[in-house]
Design a protein around this ligand. Structure first.
Ligand code: 3H9
Length: 697
């Protein structure tokens, strides 16, 4: 028997206990142990088998680290079939998270019981695959086609109570999984209950699968796993036999397992967890966080305050005047009302958060007791310096002083205080109570426990926190300005903003760069261009059409007009008919004869620009690892998760081809297309960005 499964016989019941912390993943040792355990139970004369997990959970699924490696016997599908075929009564008792292969083992058992807090689901689509151990065949047989499709294509787990209602489990009982499982198994034996194999149940009812397939593909913006998983459920309904359905599931599973999308999504799964685990923070205790100050109650400050309140922190909101403070409170209350609507907080909690946890202030001395203050005032160095000078005067020793700047030099801000070691950048993304990304910007003198505190705050606020070094735009906005510049160059040379947006949503981005610019506000880029103008290299190609839009007062969605025209009450916009003339005028000024671009060329150039700048960001140490860039783009910039991030995409695409294209583009513009030294080095050494991830995690 393997160490991962403990075998005992208690009366007529053989007990198989999974002992594979932290989540009892179904790695090869667990699979071997389960197989041997079933065999031994049958040899020992047991009448029933109980399967449950030690520690925090029943099996949380197949061991994702085994993906892409040669499959070691016994495979999970065979194991599930073997469990189901056992002549003994097999009972699974679930707690924690019975996910993926875990739920598939439970569905192969003949009876299922769970504690009320247990959650269960088939989240495989989020890893770019589909349930591959009978889940697409067995779940619709117990829950019906629609319920199964919903769970399988969304990957959303459900609670035990709902699983009971849907017929996925037989009983929900308070208690320890071992005790309730043993009692249930004994009760079944005492009642002379029959073995009950889900595979023997009738096939579920068919629906119009072709229509559903198209809907799923469209909804997934090119993500294949939900639509392909649906085809496997279709086989459960339409195949000649259960075995034929399982065979079809296997074919589709292998198709996805061998896809680039699986590589991208598994990279995203592990990177999401690795990103905040910095080697330098091991053993460093963060400073205490209970009271937070926020300066500035505009959209950003109100969003940060909302996120802090929702995570249980007390917030003092500092504004310039009573009226501005009241407006800030209204914004926060509006955000919190959204949380009430979504069922995240109750009406009573809303009252407590807005009237007890939130304090309004117009005087800096109100921040004297704050453990951390984050400013979200106007993006202008002189304004930031005034704020930090005042904070330096009033804040208690040890308070963390944070700036939410998106571009400015955090070293310069820190230098205007007498405690630069306490100063850090916390770059939130708008709306800050919704967007998952937080860039923790570490300045030259920031002390390590302040960095740890930045990450601790990110965790409390349920953010994906990424460490960034100081440079113009840090990780995300620096890369954004490069790929946006590439898009602008393509427009000067003949493409339209609408073709570019379409090509990039076709690639899987949530929005194209021009729709994003309209959403963020065109004035932001305008201010940044003006700021950089004095130091700009004469060789840089800078278009004038974006400035013209701003000069005419068109800042995007907030003014109703930008690259698109927005009508009140309507989602999205339609192309602004004034924009082509602005672009043509700009081309005429520069004596450019426009040419045609294919969508493929647009995407390739855009991605090459993104990867090249990302490689510079890693090479210069602004991001410590390629995965930090990938998570920044995924959680803050709408990069398609199924592609893993720009540097994972680059690895999959082939770094040598990308470098060759950059060199070819450099023949037209050798200032913009300067190849990143790190990219050149990796190509020369035949290594990948993922090699760097492995070396630095
Ligand atoms: C599948 O089952 C395929 C089958 O249909 C067919 C096969 C033929 N494997 O998230 P946490 C690690 S696909 C390996 O921080 P939490 C995780 O990386 C699978 N490792 O904890 C982390 O490691 P580290 C379907 C795994 O409490 C540590 O465990 N199942 C796996 O916040 C703790 O994880 C899923 O997709 C795994 N399956 O959340 C479930 N799971 O400490 C994926 C976790 O080194 N897992 N690890 O960073 C989850 O959703 C969450 O981990 C879970 C716990 C909710 C379970």
């Amino acid at each position: 028997m393997s160490n991962a499964i403990k075998y005992e016989k208690i009366g007529d019941i053989a007990v198989l206990t999974a002992q594979n912390p932290p989540v009892n993943a179904l790695g090869v040792d667990v699979r071997k142990g389960l197989l041997a355990g079933i065999q031994q139970a049958e040899n020992d004369g047991a009448k029933a088998v109980l399967i449950y997990g030690d520690g925090r959970t029943y099996f949380a699924g197949a061991d994702i680290r085994e993906f892409g490696k040669p499959m070691l016997d016994p495979g999970l599908p065979d194991l599930c079939n073997r469990i189901e075929a056992s002549p003994l009564i097999v009972v699974s008792s679930m707690h924690g998270t019975a996910l993926g292969g875990g739920l598939e083992v439970a569905l192969s058992s003949h009876y299922r019981i769970a504690v009320p807090s247990a959650k269960m689901g088939l989240p495989e689509v989020h890893l770019g695959i589909l349930p591959g151990a009978g889940g697409t065949q067995r779940l619709p047989r117990v829950a019906g086609t629609e319920a199964a499709l919903d769970m399988i294509t969304s990957g959303r787990p459900i609670k035990a109570g709902e699983a009971l209602e849907k017929g996925i489990i037989d009983r929900v009982t308070e208690g320890e999984p071992r005790e309730i499982g043993l009692a249930y198994a004994q009760e079944l034996l005492d009642a002379g209950a029959a073995r009950r194999a889900v595979g023997d149940m009738p096939a579920p009812e068919a629906i119009d699968f072709d229509v559903r397939y198209e809907t799923l593909l469209k909804k997934g913006r090119g993500q294949l796993s939900p639509a392909t998983a649906m085809r496997a459920v279709q086989a459960a309904c339409e195949a000649d036999s259960f075995e034929a359905g399982i065979k079809r599931e296997r074919e589709l599973f292998m198709e996805l397992m061998n896809s680039d999308q699986r590589l991208g999504m598994v990279h995203a799964f592990f990177s999401e967890r690795a990103v905040s685990k910095l080697p330098e923070l091991k053993g460093v205790a963060p400073r205490a966080l209970a009271d937070i100050g926020v300066i500035g109650g505009g959209t950003m400050g109100a969003g940060i305050a909302t996120a802090a309140l929702l995570s249980g922190l007390s917030v003092t909101m500092l504004e310039m005047t009573d009226e501005a403070a009241t407006a800030a409170k209204d914004r926060i209350a509006g955000n919190l009302q959204g949380a009430v609507k979504r069922g995240k907080i109750s009406a009573d909690q809303f009252e407590a958060l807005t009237n007890q946890s939130l304090t309004l202030a117009t005087d800096y001395t109100s921040l004297a007791n704050a453990d951390l203050v984050v400013e979200a005032v106007f993006e202008e160095m002189s304004v930031k310096k005034i704020v930090f000078t005042q904070l330096d005067e009033v804040c208690k020793p040890g308070a963390v002083l944070a700036t939410n700047t998106s571009y400015l030099d955090v070293n310069e801000i820190a230098a205007c205080t007498k405690r630069p070691e306490d100063v850090i950048g916390l770059h939130f993304f708008s709306p800050a109570h919704v967007m998952k990304l937080l860039e923790v910007v570490v300045a030259d003198k920031t002390s390590i426990d302040v960095v740890a505190t930045g990450f601790a705050l990110g965790k409390m606020l349920n953010k994906i926190s990424v460490r960034a070094g100081v440079c113009d735009g840090f990780i995300g906005n620096r890369i954004l300005s490069t790929y946006r510049a590439c898009a602008d160059h393509m427009i000067l040379d003949g493409a339209s903003p609408y073709q570019i947006d379409k090509a990039l949503t076709g690639f899987g981005f949530a929005m194209g760069p021009f729709a994003v610019a309209d959403l963020a506000g065109l004035d932001i880029g305008w201010a940044s261009r003006k700021r950089l103008a004095p130091t700009r290299d004469a060789r840089e190609r800078v278009p004038s059409f974006p400035d013209k839009l701003c000069e005419d007062g068109h800042f995007g969605q907030k003014t109703g007009k930008g690259y698109y025209v927005y009508e009140a009450g309507k989602r999205g916009g339609t192309p602004n008919p004034d924009v082509p003339a602005l672009i043509e005028a700009n081309r005429a000024e520069l004596a450019i004869t426009p040419r045609d671009f294919t969508d493929a060329e647009i995407t390739r150039r855009y991605m090459c620009a993104m990867v090249n700048e990302a490689a510079k960001v890693v090479g210069e140490g602004i991001a410590q690892r390629p995965l930090d860039v990938d998570m920044t783009l995924l959680f803050g910039y709408g990069f398609p998760r199924y592609r893993g991030g720009p540097l994972k995409w680059a690895d999959i695409e082939g770094l040598d081809g990308i470098l060759a294209d950059i060199m070819a583009y450099a023949k037209e513009d050798d200032y913009f297309w300067q190849p990143a030294p790190l990219l050149q080095q990796l190509v020369a050494e035949g290594r990948t960005f993922d090699d760097l991830n492995r070396e630095n995690s």
